[in-house]
Design a protein around this ligand. Structure first.
Ligand code: A2P
Length: 286
């Protein structure tokens, strides 16, 4: 990670495609002017990687902001995700077309399965994930997406999908922040050359009052938010912080001027559970 100097710098996925090392999260970003302004602000501050999803209900806003944002298409990296009600081969292809139309894009950079099917009979949910994955493979081979991956998959969801796959997942986007260090999934992904992305890298703001993080951040002269994002990067994950506040959007992009020592990384790794969303892919009911 020492070579990363700006949000525009890219990490190479297993297929050779580059993904910018910091993304702009849009979960809970409002539709309309507020959202457009936030994306424009992010582009102004050097973000080139925007993460949305069909379920966020703001793909249209992201599309409008990109169309008027003044950044050329090849410099942008846009991710969206297929929602749980659109699992399966045909439904996923249809959902992708809807997302692509809302985003006003010829192609999407990264398409993800938003959550694993994981409820009910094991053979059944494994088949559902495999069928959904087959649709992503088709989109990839047709040139409509540059990379494919999953979100919220643990190793026991990834393994059966990978056993049946022709093209292996390139990314797994998981909840990851101090107090939710996801060691098992990260280790699995590192071993299988799957790049990890961190959603809620600030624990949706819930970790910012932690005293250990406050003390460590003070020792570097950075904010707690910057410390959380830098910790993700140094743990080889791409953070996707969300904000609609211009000063915070800029603050969250300034994470390339300091290095956390190994000792401090470990102190952060060892924090007790903190600020977790409580959303477990094995038990969610949506
Ligand atoms: P806001 O949009 O009002 O700035 P996460 O990305 O972990 O889900 O966190 C997003 C939450 O954290 C949002 O509520 C966002 O609020 C807030 N947030 C984002 N960046 C910062 C920051 N640098 N300092 C404090 N709060 C932040």
């Amino acid at each position: 990670m020492a070579d990363l100097q700006s949000p525009k710098d890219r990490i190479t996925l297993r297929n050779g495609y580059g993904i910018p090392c910091l993304g702009f999260g849009t979960w809970k970003m409002p539709d309309g002017e507020v959202g457009i302004d936030a994306v424009h602000q992010a582009l102004h501050d050097g973000y080139r990687h925007i993460d949305t999803a069909a379920a966020y209900d703001n793909e249209g806003t992201v599309g409008k902001a990109l169309a008027s944002g003044g950044i050329s298409r090849e410099d942008l990296f846009i991710t969206t995700k297929v929602w749980n009600t659109d699992r399966g081969y045909d439904a996923t292809l249809k959902a992708f077309e809807e997302s692509r139309a809302k985003l006003h894009l010829d192609y999407v950079d990264l398409y993800l399965i938003h959550w694993p099917a994981a409820q009910g009979a094991e053979a059944e949910w494994q088949r559902t994930n495999q069928e959904t994955w087959r649709a992503l493979e088709t989109l990839y081979l047709d040139g409509l997406v540059r990379a494919i991956g999953v979100s919220n998959f643990k190793p026991h969801h990834l393994e059966p999908l990978m056993d049946a796959a022709d093209i292996l997942p390139m990314v797994d986007q998981i909840e990851l922040h101090p107090g939710c260090n996801q060691e098992v999934t990260r280790e699995f992904c590192n071993r299988h050359d799957i790049v990890v992305e961190a959603w809620s890298p600030l624990g949706s703001g819930r970790v910012l009052e932690n005293q250990l993080l406050i003390d460590i951040a003070a020792s570097y002269g950075c904010t707690v938010a910057q410390l959380c994002l830098r910790w993700c990067l140094q743990r080889r994950a791409i953070p996707l912080p969300k904000s609609t506040d211009p000063a915070r959007i800029a603050e969250n992009a300034r994470i390339f001027w300091f290095d956390i020592t190994d000792e401090d990384l470990q102190r952060i790794d060892e924090l007790d559970p903190l600020g977790q969303s409580g959303l477990d892919p094995d038990t969610i009911d949506f």
